[in-house]
Design a protein around this ligand. Sequence first.
Ligand code: PLP
Length: 403
Amino acid sequence: MPMTLLPETIRAAKRTEGITYAVRDIVTLAHEVAKTGREMLYLNIGDPNPFDFETPPHLIEAVLKAMRENRNGYSPSSGIPCAVKAVREESERNGIRNIQDIFITSGGSEAIEVCLAALVDRGDNVLIPYPGYPLYEAVLAKLEARPQPYLLDEADGWQPDIADMRRRIDEKTRAIVLINPNNPTGAVYTEKTLRSVLDLARERNLLIFADEIYDQLILDAGKKHISIASLDPEAPVITFNGLSKGYIAPGWRIGWGVVSGNVELLRPYVAGINKLLRARLCANHPMQYAVAAALNGPKDFQKAALDKLRRRRDITHRMLNGAGISCVRPEAAFYAFPKLDIDMPDAEFVQGLIKATGVVAVHGSGFGQKPGTKHLRVVYLPQEPVLEKAYGKLLAYLAQNAR
Ligand code: PLP
């Protein structure tokens, strides 16, 4: 009888081993719990559309028109001219000068990935915030480069700790990632903070990755978002943004990058970015027609969204400050990052919370945090009664598990 050899399993590349994405990783557990019939209250994912937020009709019309006019082929690799022009004008309105390049991508995520891939060699490192959005760590792992965390200071309203940032820079550091407004803390950075980051970047010859995907979602009238690139036209900065958050169209996967700063400094890097952009053909073509409609069209839908978010932020801040929990008041976006006074790891707390209550939040360690501290990230997109119910359950579960 011929011997049948079992085929060897197909091994995954080592670079995938360290890759985690807590926001989606916990969903597997949540789905298992949901199968048991328990009511689930999802406070884990930063997607407005499953809640009472809708993509504005004028964006949908622009895309439909493009599809009907058969703009369904590939587009130029940097994006369609009218979208690039709209992003340029919007960037200029935000005070960004010396723009060297603009490209439209499949979400801000692809712009970030392309710009990191064009920058780092194996062994280089990039400063990323802790806590911070986990995409940067995942992409750097893929590129065999090293994420170098710097701390955000909870005692200072989650502004970056500039002294810590300075300590983390070494000869292999290539860039500083700044997420402003911030996910997961909801903080908006002050001009003083931004100027300190610029000084440090200039001193150490570093590029700045300015992730400003939440810049349209500033909750308080007195607060203003400042694009870091607007403070120094010579500083090499890439500003990332897109339609996902402020324009309520995350599933369309449209984002962009704006490279600004000294032309001589940036020339080789911009050429590298464009090689990678050409190699992946283009972003979704018909959806790019929504960019000009979004940036130049009516903004009343944003006011309505901000009114809802402000009320939900206030409930979150009021309810998540008390015994065993404290929460810095978020100033933007739809996230809060309350601190937990518990003995167990926060990942364990979250697993127990999902199983016992059906409330799905993400553990702070999924975003990185100061050693020894424990947090939760909550997304306050659901309607007020849902939030009140979820926070009630969370507080009752915490009371059983607090120190
Ligand atoms: N940057 C931050 C800070 C985010 O929170 C997100 C999404 O949650 C992204 C980038 C990616 O957004 P996009 O949908 O444009 O890829």
